[in-house]
Design a protein around this ligand. Sequence first.
Ligand SMILES: Nc1ncnc2c1ncn2[C@@H]1O[C@H](COP(=O)(O)OP(=O)(O)O)[C@@H](O)[C@H]1O
Ligand SMILES: Cc1ncc(COP(=O)(O)OP(=O)(O)O)c(N)n1
Length: 259
Amino acid sequence: MKKVLTIAGSDCSGGAGIQADIKTITVHGMYAMSVITALTAQNTTGVYGIFEAAPEFVGQQMDCVFSDIRPDAVKIGMVSNADIIRVIARKLREYAAENIVVDPVMVSTSGSALLSPAAQEALVEELLPMGRVITPNIPEAEALCGKKIENRRDMRRAAESIGEKTGGAVLIKGGHLEGEACDLLWDGGEPCWFIAPRIENPNTHGTGCTLSSAIACALAAGYPLGEAVKRAKAYLTKALKAGLDLGKGSGPLNHMAGV
Ligand SMILES: Nc1ncnc2c1ncn2[C@@H]1O[C@H](COP(=O)(O)OP(=O)(O)O)[C@@H](O)[C@H]1O
Ligand SMILES: Cc1ncc(COP(=O)(O)OP(=O)(O)O)c(N)n1
């Protein structure tokens, strides 16, 4: 059985973060492991509190996982401070982790900051260069390239500029633009578009977490990056299309419908 590790924050309401990742990995028929960087108090209406793990404790969790059950792929989500980021980068190097997918989670859809400015700098310098692919959404890509993104041409320019900075592949997710749900993968050559119809469903809590962990699963299974993104997007689209409607705000996806 393939093993996938998620390093991320906990979402007590089960829609995003560690919980979304574990559901995704499990539904893919793989063995899920987790290193928790922070507990959040959140639900479908917003993020109300963040309680960070001590950096040494994050390192201890990584030692326990890597020294015992080595993951075939690693997904990294919310990492809210610079010290935690540095520990994660050091441990990933120490254990020569493979198939790393970094979702540079900065702001939740509900508008809450999930990453401090100092942490953003450490993320860019230490963690993003370790990713086989990084998966910013539009606001995150804007923060990373320092330019506004309003259309597909801007997405392409931003992907190249971010990729040149980090030295790896970039998938810019277009969920925050209008029209079709277009994501752009840039891996050093010609960019590749992944396009799906926009689903009229306001319940999109955890879409980014789900997509990045589904990419990690496909990389663990041995698919090349382009095929991994294609499969992950198909999974996400089905889980969104199923139209689960839970909670008072932007609700979670139906993972059981993703396969
Ligand atoms: N209404 C929608 N219909 C179809 N796909 C969507 C929709 N909203 C988001 N997506 C897709 O969900 C994934 C996550 O996108 P996005 O919302 O941009 O990221 P994040 O959740 O990190 O903010 C992308 O593949 C995007 O194209
Ligand atoms: C603990 C935690 N991690 C990440 C997020 C953000 O989730 P994401 O799927 O990127 O986007 P939205 O859920 O905000 O659409 C989170 N909210 N909590």
